[in-house]
Design a protein. Structure first.
Length: 249
């Protein structure tokens, strides 16, 4: 059943490839060869890639269950029970850490254990239960890193640099539209963040910003702003007042 589910999902994915035709340029004598090559490889040619993916799909499906279990536990337990995960989903680059040990830790542990069960390291009798092991370990372990880190790695920033709140007075996503400084498309408030270079940038352009030119910096530790350091001492540069851009710590 697990293998059949993988095959059926990939069949639908391959069928969706027809959407690429609307992005193809007009066929001319000059580009005829390249045009047909693109059509075949991007369309019917996906059957070849699909066959390869189906061959390894049963094995990879276990790891998909690892990820699903980790995400489900983070939402159900970390967010609503332990209240260590932010209630508002966040996806914008710069607002999140590059690595969150809550998801990565439980995913890796679940992957190692479920794969070991799948290959019979715990005996032939439990091999068929590897999918259940994948989900169970991920669900059990996901809250542990969240408790140990007290949710510090869920968000890199809580302020996206725009004065208007993401949610309106009724708790719904704001419909105010902003023009992206990169692609010049008009995007709604939850899909944009402030750019370091000025203006607002959409989440898509932000995620493809390879050099990080537009990504907002991480907040400075509290002790850098005239407050107490973690070791109980004051920052010597801030002792007389808060930091300023002309006199950074």
């Amino acid at each position: 059943m697990l293998g059949a589910g993988v095959c059926l999902s990939l069949m639908g994915q391959i069928g969706e490839q027809i959407d690429y035709l609307r992005f193809m340029p007009p066929r001319t004598d000059a580009n005829r060869r390249a045009w047909w090559t693109s059509v075949v490889l991007a369309g019917p040619g996906w059957v070849v890639f699909g066959a390869v993916k189906q061959a390894i799909g049963a094995f990879m499906a276990v790891h998909v269950l690892d990820a699903v279990g980790a995400v489900a536990a983070d939402i159900a337990i970390d967010k609503y029970v332990l209240k260590l995960s932010p209630r508002q989903p966040e996806f914008r680059c710069g607002m999140l850490h590059a690595v969150n040990p809550v998801g990565v830790g439980s995913f890796l542990a679940s992957s190692v254990l479920s794969t070991s069960v799948y290959f019979g390291l715990f005996g032939a009798a439990v091999r068929s239960y590897s999918p259940l092991v994948a989900v169970g370990i991920a669900v059990v372990l996901a809250p542990s890193p969240a408790v140990l880190t007290r949710g510090r790695f869920h968000l890199r920033r809580t302020d996206d640099g725009i004065a208007e709140p993401v949610l309106d007075a009724d708790g719904n996503p704001s419909g105010t539209r902003y023009e992206c400084v990169v692609c010049r498309e008009s995007c709604e408030r939850p899909d944009v963040a402030a750019s370091v270079e000025g203006g607002e940038i959409c989440s898509l352009c932000l995620s493809t910003d390879r050099d990080g030119r537009h990504v907002l910096p991480a907040p400075r530790p509290a002790w850098l702003h005239g407050q107490v350091r973690p070791d109980g001492t004051n920052c010597t540069s801030c002792r007389s007042g808060p930091c300023s851009r002309s006199r950074p710590c």
